[in-house]
Design a protein around this ligand. Sequence first.
Ligand SMILES: [Zn+2]
Length: 69
Amino acid sequence: MLFGKKKEITPEIYSEDFCQSCSEKTKRRYEEGDYIYGSGLQCKKCMSSNTVVTAIYGEYPEEDTRAKA
Ligand SMILES: [Zn+2]
């Protein structure tokens, strides 16, 4: 039996884009160069590129740890 098994999983980083045209929020994988209030990706809903990154956060893929709201 293994005690103290150390899982070295790195959290998945996500970015949240907010579309300023239709107010759609899109959670997606973080991409290098993303920063809060930087420009996000094109909105998938209205195809506007008027989006802004409103959040960047890490999530562990297996555990549902919601340390940050
Ligand atoms: Zn939109």
